[in-house]
Design a protein around this ligand. Structure first.
Ligand SMILES: [Ca+2]
Ligand SMILES: [Ca+2]
Length: 308
């Protein structure tokens, strides 16, 4: 068994029982008020724990011990319908007009494939828009905002109860727990990746399977892994909080490198997308984009600190 497959198995075993679904559709208010129905963004609890982060397959994925000291609640990829509900804007269509030419002008449509739909993941939002959306979600539910945003500078108030982007470590910890075993071998039929249907549109290269979605898939269209998290290994890559840095050599707790939103080396994105070949759809692959990157393959999912 390849080293990275062993690590994947080890990670999955270490996480057995670490993920547990919250009662669907409920969140508990931070201020102790009675829980209320939240229909639009169910959350899954991810327990605190320790794991070996990074596959060890390359210097960029250097394996190192990481401790996630606090449980958190994680949602699915943010849909365009949720974005519109919270902000009043339909991001893809409006941004495609405002930013024509960026990402090849493909934010709303590419080669006849539509990227617009309420049940599709939000795409073509940059990192600053993603953190601003997290604060907007918090405001909507009366939660303390996680971010103080001053122009392009963003400060994370780590104890705040509001919505935020996951850290890269939280994302990988959750993804390893939700993985369905050998992700490399199974990504194509169980996640929205660059498959034969995409090849028929964009001629990216023949793949041996067809997941049925050349572009975006509705969020949650594929079977969820342990604990109820979906699309961690496909559909859209997702913005994380972290500035993109080389991994540390030693053990760390709650790593979360910070930097200006427009730093040249950018912010981390995690997870494969519909543009990722199945063999590359691995939960420890790191991506990054400038804070102002706009891509129709990059969206977001949100987390909150768990109350206990
Ligand atoms: Ca696909
Ligand atoms: Ca994803």
């Amino acid at each position: 068994m390849p080293h990275r497959a062993l690590l994947a198995l080890g990670g999955a075993l270490a996480l057995a029982g670490a993920l547990a679904a919250c009662p669907t559709g409920h969140v508990r208010r931070e201020n102790g008020a009675a829980a209320r129905q939240i229909d639009l963004y169910p959350l899954t609890r991810v327990a605190a724990g320790s794991f070996a982060m990074g596959s060890g397959a390359s210097r960029d994925e250097a394996t190192h011990p990481v401790r996630v000291t606090r449980a958190f609640l994680m949602g699915q990829e943010v849909t365009q319908g949720l974005w519109r509900e919270v902000t009043g804007e339909r991001p893809v269509a409006t941004r495609a007009q405002r930013i024509a030419g960026r990402d090849g002008g493909r934010c709303a449509e590419d080669q006849g494939v539509s990227f617009v739909g309420d049940d599709l993941p939000v795409v073509c939002v940059d990192w600053l828009e993603a953190v601003a959306f997290a604060n907007a979600m918090s405001a909507r539910e009366g939660l303390a905002p996680a971010y103080v945003i001053d122009g392009t500078e963003v400060r994370w108030r780590r104890d705040a109860g509001g919505y935020r982007l996951p850290t890269e470590a939280e994302w990988e910890w959750a993804a390893r727990g939700a993985a369905r075993g050998d992700v490399e071998a199974t990504a194509c039929p169980t996640a929205n990746v660059a498959d034969a249907s995409a090849d028929r549109v964009w001629a990216w290269g023949a793949e041996p399977c067809d997941d049925g979605y050349p572009g975006l898939a509705p969020v949650g269209a594929f079977a969820v892994g342990a604990g109820g998290l979906a699309d961690l290994d496909g559909n859209v890559a997702e913005w994380c909080w972290d500035a993109y840095e080389p991994y540390p050599e030693g053990a760390v707790s709650d790593p979360a490198p910070e930097g200006p939103s427009d730093r040249p080396s950018g912010h981390v994105t995690r997870g494969a997308s519909f543009r990722t070949r199945p063999a590359e759809a691995r939960p420890w692959v790191r991506g990054f984009g400038m804070g102002n990157l706009v891509s129709h393959a990059v969206g977001l999912r949100l987390v909150r600190n768990a109350a206990d």
